[in-house]
Write a protein that binds this ligand. Structure first.
Ligand SMILES: Nc1ncnc2c1ncn2[C@@H]1O[C@H](COP(=O)(O)OP(=O)(O)O)[C@@H](O)[C@H]1O
Ligand SMILES: O=C(O)C1=C[C@@H](OP(=O)(O)O)[C@@H](O)[C@H](O)C1
Ligand SMILES: [Mg+2]
Length: 177
């Protein structure tokens, strides 16, 4: 295992917009690094006992963001493997401040690949209406925040998840098992 025995904090944290491949690439990276994978969206769903789309409908986005901030804080403090965040986690200034102490990779993607990928996947409540325009709008507002927290920026357009995982390892100079 290349887990981080001294601090018990993540070897790598993935941020970026919906469809960047954080969850998919995070799993691959955990395999390569010999650590475990954690995704704060999954932590939130498990704790709430329902999918994120239902949390948005039942309790609203603000409530989801509060759960998300707590889930990210807990995972950053204690998860020694690979951690993927949800696309909007970086909206919280306290989360961004915490991320400053961690090896964060921003998985970048353009609207074309981003939208194609989310179209193949589980529903994202923020993209339920006018997905293309919404995705662009969100990315425009959030790009500076992704850049603010990132130690490495990794382009994912036209790359397979395996190629993206390789690029993250290289950019952050991480050693595989
Ligand atoms: N580099 C890639 N190329 C093609 N498809 C991808 C790539 N990365 C992820 N996907 C697919 O896109 C969808 C969304 O990926 P996911 O990892 O959930 O993104 P995120 O967690 O960043 O929203 C999934 O169906 C996944 O299999
Ligand atoms: O960008 C966002 O605000 C969101 C991204 C989603 O995660 P992914 O980025 O893993 O799709 C999930 O947290 C929720 O639907 C909100
Ligand atoms: Mg995800």
């Amino acid at each position: 295992m290349t887990e981080n025995p001294t601090s018990g904090t993540p070897l790598v944290v993935l941020v970026g917009p919906m469809g960047a491949g954080k969850t998919t690439v995070g799993r691959l990276l955990a395999d390569r690094l010999g650590g475990t994978f954690r995704d704060t969206d999954e932590d939130i769903e498990q704790a709430a006992g329902k999918p994120i789309s239902e949390i948005f409908v039942d309790e609203g986005e603000e409530h989801f963001r509060a759960l998300e901030a707590a889930a990210v804080r807990a995972a950053l403090a204690a998860h020694p493997g690979v951690l993927a965040l949800g696309g909007g986690a970086i909206l919280d200034p306290r989360t961004r401040a915490l991320l400053a102490a961690h090896p964060v990779a921003f998985l970048d993607v353009g609207v074309h690949d981003g939208i194609r990928r989310v179209g193949l996947d589980a529903p994202r409540p923020l993209l339920a209406v006018n997905p293309r325009a919404r995705w662009r709008e969100l990315m425009e507002a959030r790009r500076p925040l992704y850049l603010e927290v990132a130690r490495a920026v990794v382009a994912t357009d036209g790359r397979t998840p395996d190629e993206v995982a390789d690029a993250v390892l290289e950019a952050l100079e991480l050693k595989t098992v």
